[in-house]
Ligand binder design. Structure first.
Ligand SMILES: [Zn+2]
Length: 376
């Protein structure tokens, strides 16, 4: 199979002329005392994590908001698999990027962190030449970080985002204003990873959509069922685009950083959430993967995407719900006999399937073969 290890190296900097956003993270905010100010003024901003500010070099435009893909009817027959699907869970640290490389379709869900550069090199190394569908589960840095690179490197037919653009732009403006007040000598050259992404989408000419729960699409021989969100709440994690991707009899579920509230909404709406392979929500943290949700999904294999967090050890790790993966989640999965693989431990993980059986291939470790037992 066309499979190599992911490439980790520092991102090429803004100063080197690449159209990449310069980061101004909360580390900077902490140094300047801004973090304290933000905590009081903008709690929802802090929940967004390291929102990046920087310059894209070009004025942002709102994408044309014109989808190319049309939803299909729920009664549309499932497409027949026509070859082997490789699903690559890239080792991108505590971030997400998953490539579904099928015989007649290519889908990329999320694209790592903006200060790293592994997604395009990996996609190139496995032979990707174009992307049918690029999904940004939500506009946080660890999910859309390398979207501008991806959009520049490959023709992309359609981009999906959760929406919430207004929220991000409002927060961006608020932060900019605060920076000007607190540090007037610093020239804040507007923008963020998100804004760079929007620019890149507009420049690429890709179709653009913000799909909602209940919509169903076919891309090549795969079927994509959107299971979340039904409507935006303004909480970017909670509003993560969540999709159930069906390839023959083998099913994958992706929920971005959606937490337990979102999981409860998915269950309450009555979506079929059953999946053989579940990507654990929110990088395996205790914010997601409730027992109830896991019992509904009934995965055979769970995969999380996270970096090593050696600083978070022992009882502190158990007490800290953001720990990735969280011991409680791992305990729940162990009790259900679900096999768990994480990119922190195994590197890039590839699931290969012909639509009937599947095999999990680990970059570091021993490969395992699983047979789909057609539970649904
Ligand atoms: Zn995340």
């Amino acid at each position: 199979m066309p499979y190599i290890a992911s490439v980790h190296r520092p991102a090429i900097g803004f100063e080197q002329g690449v159209k990449r956003c310069r980061l101004l993270t909360l580390e900077f905010a902490a140094r300047t005392g801004l973090k304290k100010a933000l905590r009081g003024a903008l709690p929802s901003f802090l929940a967004m994590g390291a929102l990046a500010l920087g310059g894209c070099g070009a004025p942002a435009e709102t994408p044309a908001l014109t989808p190319r893909m049309e939803p299909v009817s729920a009664v549309e027959p499932l497409p027949e698999p026509v070859g082997t699907l490789h699903v690559h869970y890239l080792d991108v640290g505590t971030a997400d990027s998953t490539l579904l490389q099928g015989p007649d379709f290519t889908i990329l869900i999320d694209a790592g962190l903006p200060d790293r550069n592994e997604v395009v090199p990996y996609l190139t190394s496995v032979g990707v030449e174009s992307i049918d569908l690029l999904i940004g589960t939500h506009p946080h840095d660890d999910h859309i970080g390398q979207f501008p690179d991806v959009l520049e490197a490959f023709p992309v037919s359609e981009v999906w985002m959760s929406g919430g653009i207004d929220t991000v732009q409002t927060l961006e403006r608020a932060v900019k204003t605060l920076l000007r007040v607190l540090e007037p000598e610093r020239r804040v050259d507007t923008s963020s990873t998100f804004r760079c992404t929007i620019d890149a989408i507009a420049a690429s000419g890709a179709g653009y959509n913000e799909p909602r729960a209940g919509e169903i699409y076919t891309v090549g021989s795969s079927r994509i069922e959107v299971v979340h969100p039904a409507a935006l709440t303004g909480d970017l994690n909670r509003d993560s685009v969540s999709v159930r991707i069906v390839y023959g009899e083998v099913v994958f579920l992706f929920t971005g950083d959606a937490g337990k509230d979102a999981e409860n909404s998915m269950i309450a709406r009555g979506h079929d959430l059953g999946a053989d392979i579940l990507q654990l929500g929110h990088h395996g943290s205790g914010q997601a993967s409730s027992r109830k949700f896991l019992e509904v999904v009934k995965p055979q294999v769970a995969i999380y995407s996270a970096g090593e967090e050696h600083w978070l050890a022992g009882s502190f790790r158990e007490a800290f719900s953001y720990a990735k993966p969280h011991p409680d989640v791992l305990d729940r999965l162990a009790a259900m006999d679900v096999e768990v693989y994480g990119t922190d431990r195994y590197g890039t993980i590839v699931v290969m399937t012909d639509g009937i059986t599947y095999e999990v291939v680990l970059e570091h470790g021993t490969s395992v073969t699983k047979q789909n037992c057609a539970r649904r």
